[in-house]
Design a protein around this ligand. Structure first.
Ligand code: COA
Length: 388
């Protein structure tokens, strides 16, 4: 029996900034951001969106009533959670009307935990073939205004439904992973922004990829020729490009061009949304599936997931015949077309409006077009609102 991703759906906020504007405001050359970092735009989260609302807005678009009645687990991966105790999954269960006989859990290990959630889902469905498991990877990447990491911020959520006989891709049992305690990126409890040793973290990412990739090859007997495309965790899209370039010399020139073409398809949406931490690798997978018209049933895709701190994992997916049917075709183009561009001053104001504490606060939700929004905080409880 094959187990894998049956459906995927995405949500990001309705606001963005242009990286040329940001470069001008920060006194940098635009090409540093556009080419050197590989980002063109960046999603900006208003106070009315957090990881719960974004996750619910993503999953709601793909779930049928039958799915909601049948889901057995909701696994929520995030590193920008809204509560130190209560999981975002249990909020989402209620917002989406998922049955009460489902397990709910939140996972954390920097940008890696979405992959762990997916593998937990796969293993659960392998043991319980009729089960459906909802995996959500949702984050707001915040480094701070006028910091080195600012150009690599972003916001959004990817929702995935894991089942037997999946429509999109099987999750193969060939995972190779490694962890090592490294201080390349972390977020202390009293900080709403990440602490990062930027260049160090980018180097650790590459080191982990190379080591995991070599181990993957020796354990599976596969090499780069086995794959139609490699998908990477993309905190910024140049990061994946660097990793890919590290291994491209392992194949002939023609294959190198083919892998580069697929990589361009896989980073198209990440360039416009920015970093989603846990969801970045899976937005990149969606970007590949929606933009690479050379893909075909049976193609093998390799995926490298990385989370600072640090953990890396490599595994493969096998594309299924009707993979397009598991995606909402116009979802991402429509979302991008309908966004509102902010000036840098407007973005800075919005960045500071984030709801962090537990003080009573009422938010103006009339500007937010999403179905699920944060209405404010009352009696130390976050108030989620369904708008339509
Ligand atoms: N035209 C084209 N490229 C340019 C350029 C220009 N005018 N000016 C600079 N660049 C290139 C640099 O050569 C460099 O490319 P390289 O990485 O291939 O060498 C790139 O732009 C970035 O320049 P750099 O001076 O290294 O930028 P920075 O000091 O601002 O730091 C990060 C960049 C990524 C380290 C920083 O944004 C950061 O800390 N990000 C968050 C950390 C992160 O996401 N880590 C990933 C691990 S999960």
């Amino acid at each position: 029996m094959e187990v894998g991703i049956d459906k995927m759906s995405f949500f990001s906020t309705q606001y963005y900034i242009d990286m040329v504007d940001l470069a001008h405001a920060r006194g940098e050359a635009p090409d540093k951001y556009l080419i050197g970092i590989g980002q063109t735009q960046q999603a900006v989260a208003p106070a009315t969106q957090d990881v719960v609302t974004m996750g619910a807005n993503a999953a709601d678009q793909m779930l049928t009533q039958a799915d909601r009645a049948e889901i057995e687990e909701v696994i929520f991966a995030t590193e920008s959670g809204v509560d130190q105790s209560k999981s975002a999954a249990v909020y989402v269960q209620k917002l989406l009307g998922i049955n009460r006989y489902a397990r709910t859990i939140e996972l954390k290990q920097a940008c890696y935990s979405g992959t762990y959630g997916l593998m937990q889902a796969r293993d659960y469905v392998t043991l319980h073939p009729k089960a459906k498991v909802l995996v959500i990877a949702s984050d707001i990447a915040r480094y701070g205004i006028n910091t080195g990491g600012e150009v690599t911020q972003g916001a959004g959520a990817v929702a995935m439904l894991v089942t037997a006989n999946p429509t999109i891709a099987t999750l193969n049992q060939d995972n190779v992973f490694m962890s090592d305690e490294i201080m390349d990126f972390w977020r202390p409890n009293d900080s709403s922004t990440a602490v990062v040793d930027g260049k160090f973290s980018a180097n650790i990412y590459r080191d982990f990829f190379k080591e995991v990739w070599e181990r993957y090859q020796s354990q599976t007997g596969r090499d780069l020729n086995s794959f139609k495309a490699l998908v990477f965790h993309l905190p910024f899209t140049k990061m994946g490009l660097k990793a890919l370039r590290d291994v491209l010399p392992e194949v002939a020139e023609q294959k190198q061009h083919a892998l580069m073409d697929s990589f361009e398809a896989s980073r198209r949406y990440n360039k416009q949304i920015g970093n989603l931490y846990t969801g970045s690798a899976y937005l990149s997978l969606m970007s590949l599936l929606l933009n690479d018209d050379t893909l075909a049933a049976g193609d093998e895709l390799g995926l490298f997931s990385y989370g600072s701190g640090a953990e890396g994992e490599m595994y493969s997916l096998t594309l299924q015949p009707e993979y397009n049917q598991g995606l909402i075709k116009e979802q991402l183009p429509n979302l991008l077309a309908q966004r509102t561009q902010l000036s840098i001053a407007e973005y800075e104001k919005m960045f500071d409006s984030v709801v962090l504490g537990s003080a009573d606060r009422e938010l103006d939700i009339t500007h937010d077009h999403a179905k699920f929004v944060l209405g404010g905080v009352k009696d130390q409880k976050r108030q989620y609102v369904e708008q339509f």
